[in-house]
Design a protein around this ligand. Structure first.
Ligand code: SAM
Length: 280
């Protein structure tokens, strides 16, 4: 029987967020694969765990992944941890999990902290539907293309971002998506934890003062449903007459205000729409 691969979440700042189960399993496995062994040693020392450690990070994952698979084939149990939070979530792990699954090796995730979910749960933004989009591209051109593709998605958008790119990314969000509500969740679970809420412009004003430091998650509220003024005149009139039940006169007046079309033209069109599209 091959060993088991445990995908182990660890704290994103506050060590009290380590779960009992995580501590127990880390104490039981044969090998711990960590993104940065020196960083993880501090965590392991804190919980009195002493186990063989090996590194597994972006640039050695092909070679190290094979070594870890060999250990698993040799009936060793292995725990994978990242520097903070849940492995595989904008952190290494996916390739190893995929390879283990392909070989029929048992993969057991040990849930715990994740900055995206922690930020969303405290943001006050809609959480019934959301999309985690990871890190936006670092270069502005690619970032704007990326943001354009994300803009029409339903629900809240959750981004990771490096602190030194926070301001430029917020500027691009405003440029591409308009004045949406956003939340910047910073230093989650740590002493200076803070949620900065407002329109993109308001949050940008605060960020531009240079006082927003530390790790951040950006959350962007869903875009508005298509605006009435974006509708062609006949559809707008149809909505005003049939859905809102306005009279021809009132519908024409409102449509003229929304679209800027002359009142008499809006009135003629409203009559036409009311008569099922036939000229009167
Ligand atoms: N795997 C991790 C997780 O489950 O959250 C994420 C790792 S990713 C390399 C690092 C990014 O996560 C940071 O750039 C930041 O966007 C976010 N992050 C991690 N810890 C955070 C914290 N304490 N407060 C706010 N954001 C955090």
């Amino acid at each position: 029987m091959p060993g088991t691969l445990y995908i182990m979440a660890t704290p994103i700042g506050n060590l009290e967020d380590m779960t009992f189960r995580a501590v127990r399993i880390l104490g039981e496995v044969d090998l711990i694969a960590a993104e940065d062994t020196r960083h993880s040693l501090k965590l392991l020392n804190h919980f009195g765990i002493s186990k063989p450690l090996t590194s597994y990070f972006d640039h050695n994952q092909k070679f190290k992944g094979e070594r870890i698979l060999q250990a698993l084939r040799g009936e060793k149990n292995v725990a994978l941890i990242s520097d903070a939070g849940t492995p595989c979530i904008s952190d290494p792990g996916f390739n190893l999990v995929r390879a283990a699954v392909a070989e029929g090796i048992a993969v057991i995730p040990i849930p715990g902290p994740c900055a995206a979910i922690t930020a969303l749960s405290g943001s006050g933004l809609p959480s019934d539907t959301f999309t985690f989009v990871g890190f936006p591209p670092a270069r502005q051109g690619k970032r704007r293309t990326f943001l354009n593709a994300m803009a029409p998605l339903p629900g809240t958008l959750v981004f990771y971002e490096a602190p030194h790119r926070l301001e430029e990314t917020l500027r691009d969000i405003r440029e591409v998506m308009g004045e949406r509500q956003v939340v910047v969740a910073r230093e989650l679970t740590k002493i200076y934890e803070e949620f900065i809420r407002g329109t993109v412009g308001e949050v940008l004003a605060e960020v531009a003062q240079g006082k927003v430091r530390g790790e951040v998650v950006i959350l962007v509220a869903p875009g508005e449903a298509p605006q009435e003024n974006a509708l062609p005149l006949p559809e707008l009139l149809e909505r005003l007459l049939n859905d809102e039940g306005l009279t021809v006169k009132d519908a024409a007046k409102k449509a003229a205000e929304i679209t800027g079309v002359p009142k008499n033209a809006a009135y003629a069109e409203a009559l036409r729409v009311r008569n099922g599209g036939t000229e009167c």
